[in-house]
Each structure stands twice: as C-alpha cells, then as structure tokens.
Design a protein around this ligand. Sequence first.
Ligand code: ADP
Ligand code: MG
Length: 257
Amino acid sequence: MSVEAVTARIDAYLRHLRLPGAFAAYRDLQPDEGQLRFLAEVLAAEIGSRDTRRLDRNLRQARFPVLKEISAFDFAALPSLSRQKVDDLAACTFIPAKESLLLVGNPGTGKTHLMTAIGLEAIRKGYKVRFTTAAALVNDLTLARSEMRVPRLLRYYAGFDIVLVDELGYVPFSREGAQLLFEFFSDRYERRATAVTTNLPFAQWPQVFGDETMTVALIDRLTHRSHILLLNGDSYRLRHTRQTVGRSRLQEGGAGM
Ligand code: ADP
Ligand code: MG
C-alpha cells in the first residue's frame, strides 16, 4: 500500500472513531512511513475490537431463547418453502426498508428457528435486534400501562431495528392486551421492521384479538409491505421424535408433545 493510501486509511479510521483532535494533529507531527503504518494498524485493531464488543452486546440484548442458524435448517423437510426467499430475507435488506416479516404455519415447522436465524444474521450485519413472545410483550405492555409508561416502553422497542415477536395467536388476549398489541404494531409500522410468527390463519385472528375492526386494521399494518413465509407441513419435531422412538410408542403416548 502506498503512503497516500495509508494516510487515506488513517483519515477514514480517525473519522470513524470520531477522534477529531488526532485527525487535525497527526500530519503536523510529520510521521515517517513506518510510523504511519504503525498508526494505521493500531487504529484498525481498535475498530476491530469495538466491532466485536458491539456484536457481543447486541447478541446479549437480543435475548434469543436459542441460537439457530439458517445453515442448520433442512429445506428438504419443507419443499413448499422457497430457499431463495429465505436467503434473500437473511440478507436483511427488509430491515432498513422497515418492512415486516410474517412466518405462518403449524407448530413445529421451524418458524422460531428461521425467525431467530434471520435475527442472528441481522446482528452480524450490525442491526439491533430484540426477541420476545407475544405473551411476554402483552405482559410488558399491560404492566407499563398500569404504571403510565407505555410511551417509554414503545421508545425502548423503537431502539431496536427489528423486534421478533414469537407465537402470536397461541394465547387469546384480553381486550386491553389486544389494544396494546395493536398500539405496539402501529407504533412500528413503517418506522421499524418487525417479524412475527403465528400458527393462526388470518381468518382466525378476530377470535384471538376479540375485536373484528381492530384485527382487520392490525392485519392491514402487518401485511402491508411485508414478506410472508408459509411453513406448512408436518411438525419437524414430531417427525424427528417418530424417527427416534418409533410410531408405536408415540401412539401409546410415550413421547410427550
Ligand atoms: P415452530 O416455531 O414452527 O413451532 P421451531 O422452529 O421451534 O418450530 O422448530 C422445532 C424444532 O425443530 C427446533 O429445534 C428446530 O430447530 C427444529 N426444526 C424445525 N424445522 C426444521 C427444519 N426444517 N430443519 C432443521 N430443524 C428444524
Ligand atoms: Mg415456535
């Protein structure tokens, strides 16, 4: 690398690290070529260690229940799912575009696996990610309302580039819970990306949310500018259990599902 290139790199590093004093001063010190190369190496090391620490911090803050990788996903088990579509989503361009991701399908088909794996890719790309379940989110919001700090909680979640909401629709909500959840999704709509897993076909959503009009508005917000992955097939877990313990034991109730 030429001296000019090393100098350009030092300038970029110092800007990136926000060190304006050093930026203004280092040329005046008339460093020789060896000193310039040394300085560039030191700054590169600082940037590398900051990046690593940031990734570690973001991974802790994401609170993933399990760490899953897309490479561990067996696409052959779910032929109707487009691998290309999953790979495109793993590139995470939908996050800065503030779009939504919906993973819809039966229990055990890999919704949580794929959603958290995409979340992990997002962290590797430097995005701030937060995993939660719909039930935990409703609890959080309900508590926040009783303490009159819903806006603060929404601001907390708005600090994440993408929130992953697992298991929407497994548990019916109270009217208040449904309204708060609606508020949450409305707050993120077109401002931040959100991902949701659900086992519920849209037609059944009003039963879980109680209010038909609000449910229609909610589905509207979630599906506008969204990507939908349909995971319809046999439960991978169940199939795996069948292979291991055999069908007969399962039928006797030997494998608790
Ligand atoms: P869901 O959220 O749809 O109920 P999960 O993502 O929790 O399902 O999947 C259940 C278990 O089976 C997890 O351990 C997951 O890693 C695994 N699994 C599901 N589908 C696949 C698949 N196609 N390839 C590899 N593992 C899978
Ligand atoms: Mg799940």
